[in-house]
Ligand binder design. Structure first.
Ligand SMILES: [Zn+2]
Ligand SMILES: [Zn+2]
Length: 334
């Protein structure tokens, strides 16, 4: 996601592409100034409250989606004490609508309307068609099948079970009136917890046997598009969305749980759409060269750009030819 990447606004955008048709920013990927040493409070404050920054636009937009979906589309908790078709279907449908709107928006603007053309598109190729690598011979159809079809079901499964647990008082419920500080703190912690969880799950599925049988499917998308975001083997999706299991143990409100899971389920659209932000008349800061490099080079940048886990564990690549981590392999045979 773009939320942690600091990009100098004045840097001229080079339209140069290499012989393979790849475009890269002329500036390195930088981590958010949260864990940098020595710590810089001014930079940290600017990053938290500035645009683009930690809060705006990605995290607060996703929080807004969670609040709206909690108040307007969540089945009444009293109905959820037993598993019944009605409220389960309601959650599935709500999640489908959110996915089609969120992923669909990026797909429509970037790949149907071609609103940016190839400008700042990391890979000059459009998604594959007539390719035996993908289901239905088409990368986008394949990606939609795994993202909206399969991941949409698994996401709903986690929600159904967890809402049932909340409704029956089997997991702790944190109330705003009793713990207002914790209530707010959760919203700051969740994006960081997500990065931490994602990094380790991702390292795990790059373990050869799991890569060969599970994670290979996501990596078919060496040229990702928005719908590649959750195009994962079901085992990977189950591991990836297990980020929400923290709410089974640590007291939280269902709205924290919803935010956590919606962040995990919708956020990948930002990280996979294949363009350097900001997009739409240079106004909307979204896109992740950080994660694109993982799709391109496989063995770097397993995490995200706020918590510098890749730097701490020696897997960071900043994107410049002679930059940090450039010793990583140029090619990975798929
Ligand atoms: Zn990915
Ligand atoms: Zn990977």
């Amino acid at each position: 996601m773009a939320d942690g990447v600091t990009r100098p606004a004045t840097t001229p955008v080079s339209e140069q592409r290499n012989a393979r048709g790849e475009w890269r920013p002329s500036y390195p990927i930088r981590y958010a100034p949260l864990f940098t040493q020595p710590s810089n409070l001014k930079a940290m404050g600017k990053w938290i409250f500035g645009w683009p920054g930690f809060l705006w636009p990605v995290n607060l937009s996703l929080l807004l989606i969670s609040v709206v979906s909690w108040y307007l589309t969540q089945p009444d908790i009293a109905r959820c004490t037993t598993f019944e078709f009605g409220w389960i279907a309601q959650i599935w449908l709500r999640n489908q609508v959110m996915m089609w709107l969120y992923y669909g928006f990026f797909h429509w603007w970037l790949y149907m309307r071609k609103g940016e053309g190839l400008r700042k598109k990391y890979d000059s190729h459009w998604p594959a068609t007539k390719s035996r690598l993908f289901l239905f011979g088409d990368q986008v159809y394949d990606n939609v099948f795994w993202t909206a079809g399969v991941a949409g079901l698994i996401w709903t499964g986690y929600e159904v079970v967890t809402v049932w647990l909340y409704a029956n008082g089997h997991i702790p419920w944190l109330m705003w009136a009793e713990h207002p500080v914790w209530f707010v703190a959760w919203f700051f912690i969740i994006p960081l917890w997500r990065e931490f969880h994602f990094y380790w799950v991702h390292r795990l599925i790059h373990w050869k046997p799991l890569y060969k049988h599970v994670h290979y499917l996501h990596h078919k998308n060496s040229n990702p598009n928005a719908w590649s975001g959750m195009a994962m083997h079901p085992v990977e999706t189950i591991l990836y969305l297990s980020v929400c299991l923290i709410h089974w143990v640590v007291p939280s409100h269902p709205i924290h749980f919803l935010f956590d899971l919606q962040h995990a389920a919708l956020g990948p659209a930002n990280g996979h759409h294949g363009y350097e932000g900001p997009i739409i008349k240079d106004k909307v800061p979204t896109g992740s060269y950080f994660h694109y490099l993982h799709h391109r080079y496989f063995e770097c940048n397993y995490g995200e750009s706020t918590v510098p886990l890749d730097r701490w564990f020696g897997t960071f690549r900043d994107g410049l030819p002679d930059g940090e981590g450039s010793k990583l392999k140029e090619e990975h045979k798929f």
